[in-house]
Design a protein around this ligand. Structure first.
Ligand code: NAP
Length: 249
């Protein structure tokens, strides 16, 4: 992958950070996007550099169009033409029933998880599609098994936002299939990252790992390896696919 450029949204922590680190070790030049936690992004970029890789940190909220435009311009400036995008940035919210959710919560959720992925994919297509004179590329969206299970009593809004990502993956894949761009998704299951604590459930892994057929949570690296395969030329005939990485759940 020497010389190829990858942008990972939400690449500073969790699954995104694992993708960034492994991709850099395989020769990708990696742009690490983050929203607020600059220290985590800077530390990751430094450690990638120390390991001999190439990475830059790029701040921006994927749900804000002006931020997305700035972010892609920063990547153009740092590394030149984009070759791949991992739409990984995503949020959960506090546990709640649908009848307790207000419009502000729903707008926040869908802005970060859905609008953000659309805006970033749009900018990536403008740079990678042969229709725009680009040389092709790859997009991997990060969905969730919640899209299938629905997350009742916990966060149906989050599950529905990931259901939207599944439809988006299939639709965009078919839209740009003739333009040199492959689009796929992974659906992680229960993965050991800080997202659970950010939703007010620091004990979520302990409570739920017994429900996973493999009886354990997954590691961020295990999801990243599936994403790296979808990014690679080994997946050259795979588009519109959604791969569960969920220990059988
Ligand atoms: P995480 O550990 O909470 O990390 C989230 C990352 O996304 C951070 O880098 C964060 O940046 C960034 N981010 C959040 N909102 C953003 C925004 N609006 N714009 C740009 N960056 C933003 O999350 P994770 O567990 O790795 O999850 C990554 C993806 O996997 C998400 O799409 C999530 O829905 C999905 N997923 C996770 C699990 C799981 O069990 N962990 C399961 C299924 C699916 P800051 O540090 O600056 O906030």
């Amino acid at each position: 992958m020497s010389g190829r450029t990858l942008l990972v949204t939400g690449g500073s922590r969790g699954i995104g950070a694992a993708v960034a680190r492994i991709a850099a070790s395989r020769g990708w030049r990696v742009a690490v996007n983050y929203a607020v936690n600059e220290a985590a992004a800077t530390a990751l970029v430094r450690s990638i550099g120390e390991a001999g890789g190439e990475a830059v940190a790029v701040k921006g909220d994927v749900g804000v169009e002006a931020d997305v435009l700035r972010m892609f311009e920063a990547v153009d400036t740092a590394f030149g033409p984009l070759d791949a995008l991992v739409n990984n940035a995503g949020v959960v919210d506090r546990k709640a029933r649908v009848d307790e959710m207000d419009a502000a919560r729903l707008e926040r959720m869908f802005r970060a998880n859905v609008v953000g992925s659309f805006l970033c994919a749009g900018q990536a297509v403008r740079r990678m599609s042969t229709r725009y004179g680009g040389r092709g590329g790859v997009i991997v969206n990060v969905s969730s098994v919640a899209a299938v299970h629905g997350s009742p009593g916990e966060y149906v809004d989050y599950a529905a936002s990931k259901g939207a990502i599944d439809s988006f993956t299939v639709g965009l894949a078919r839209e740009v299939a003739e333009e040199g761009i492959r689009v796929n998704a992974v659906r992680p299951g229960l993965i050991g990252t800080e997202i659970h604590a950010s939703g007010g459930q620091p004990d979520r892994l302990e409570r739920l790992r017994g429900l996973v057929p493999m009886k354990r949570e997954g590691e961020a690296d295990e999801v990243a390896h599936a994403i790296l395969w979808l990014l690679s030329d080994e997946a050259s005939y795979t588009t519109g696919a959604i791969l569960n990485v969920s220990g059988g759940r």
